[in-house]
Design a protein around this ligand. Structure first.
Ligand code: ADP
Length: 392
């Protein structure tokens, strides 16, 4: 089957076409700056990437060009060759605990979640509607970032705030990156031939979250009501005392939204280092002796290590620790530093094994109390596989 995996943002649209169940990637691409003057797109096929300028006034323009490219590159010979389209949806609220085939009811429920994800969900839904119009005979599936975390227990997803906030407004921990956490869990279970593993997965990228999973059930995850919570990230603060917000509002004469924007976009590695949100720049800064780059990285590693220790306790001893996403897969320095910070658990990172990027690898030494692996994530494939399972 040929399944298209789609991630529609407010001004971008990313896609990958897979052949399933072979997991073969046929073509992928990104449309950028949709609705702006200098819009363009890039396509990668057979390892070759080409960038093209195009007037993309709307998502519909992007979808029309996408279909044209699939036909011209002969990855499909007609629209009938497309068996399904899987869409990333950031927020499914309490309503969705797994992926679903999209119908009017699903779209309505996804629209009700817009107030929980006002930037992402409208763009995701616009993408779905555009594909439904362009490909009315092809099954469309929604895959939610929040769904995997719906197995958390109430005592773990509630905040210590008035209970009515949860009842009336849905204030609770939802968690994000669920598709990535689920993919990594599934992959490490396959690798170790055990589907009852207790795993601490560290998805450390620009946005980061950890997840404690026991036999497929999520016990806890670090992101919360929004993706702002948890560990220190590229530009997000992670956990802070909420009283900082009114304090800074007064000191800097800012609105609440402006301060929350600072916490989302001007904090984390960027805020602490004053240099960059990108960990490659931070690593360069460390090599040049920049103390604030070192401080930013130390803070990030410590916040991850502390959550690993907490999750090891929640799991009553983890079987495996996994690292994934941009930093988790590629930053040798960060993995080693985090490993050193959890040595009290008996974890030992092997320097030589850890000297690797972006590959499924065991990076702990043989006498480590908990084995540590790099497991490259693939959210696009997970979306396509869910679609395949639902429509086959
Ligand atoms: P997003 O959350 O946007 O999906 P990614 O998972 O792609 O982000 O992660 C982006 C982060 O990964 C950036 O901080 C980037 O610097 C980091 N990264 C990518 N490659 C490397 C590398 N070779 N060494 C260190 N950090 C890296």
């Amino acid at each position: 089957m040929k399944i298209l995996s789609v991630n529609a943002g407010s001004s971008s649209l990313k896609f990958t076409l897979f052949e399933l169940p072979e997991k073969k990637e046929l073509i992928n691409g990104t449309f950028e700056k949709i609705g702006l003057n200098d819009s363009f797109y890039s396509i990668k096929i057979n390892g070759e990437k080409t960038k093209k300028e195009a007037s993309l006034k709307s998502h519909a323009d992007a979808v029309n060009i996408l279909i044209k490219e699939l036909l011209e590159n002969k990855v499909i010979s007609s629209l009938e060759d497309l068996d399904g389209v899987g869409h990333r949806l950031v927020h499914g609220g309490n309503k969705f605990s797994k992926s679903v085939i999209i119908n009017d009811e699903v779209l309505e429920a996804a629209e009700e979640c817009i107030e929980l994800a006002p930037i992402h969900n409208p763009a995701n839904i616009l993408g779905i509607r555009t594909f439904m119009k362009a490909l009315p005979n092809v099954a469309q599936v929604a895959v939610f970032d929040t769904a995997f975390h719906q197995t958390m227990d109430k005592e773990d997803y509630l905040y210590g705030v008035p209970y009515e906030w949860y009842q009336k407004y849905g204030v609770r921990r939802y968690g994000f990156h669920g598709t990535s956490h689920r993919y990594v869990y599934k992959t490490i279970c396959e690798e170790l031939k055990n589907d009852k593993l207790k795993v601490i997965n560290c998805h450390i990228g620009n946005g980061s979250s950890l997840c404690a999973i026991d036999s497929g059930k999520v016990l806890h995850t670090t992101m919360g009501f929004t993706p702002l919570a948890g560990v220190i990230m590229g530009t997000r603060s992670g956990d802070v005392d909420a009283s900082i917000i009114p304090f800074i509002m007064k000191k800097e004469n800012k609105t609440c939204e402006e301060v929350v924007n600072d916490l989302n976009k001007k904090s984390g590695l960027l805020g602490i280092s004053g240099v960059s949100s990108d960990s490659r720049d931070i690593e360069d800064g460390i090599k040049e002796g920049n103390e604030r780059c070192q401080l930013a990285n130390d803070m990030l590693c410590k916040s991850v290590a502390n959550y690993i220790a907490m999750y090891n306790n929640m799991l009553n001893g983890a079987d495996v620790i996994t690292f994934t996403a941009g930093l988790g897969e590629n930053s040798i320095l960060t993995r080693e530093a985090i490993g050193n910070l959890i040595s009290s658990l008996g974890v030992k990172i092997d320097k030589e094994r850890n000297n690797v990027r972006g590959k499924m690898t065991l990076i702990s030494s043989d006498d480590s109390s908990i084995p540590v692996y790099i497991v490259p994530t693939n959210e696009e494939l997970m979306i396509a596989e869910d679609t395949y399972e639902l429509i086959k």
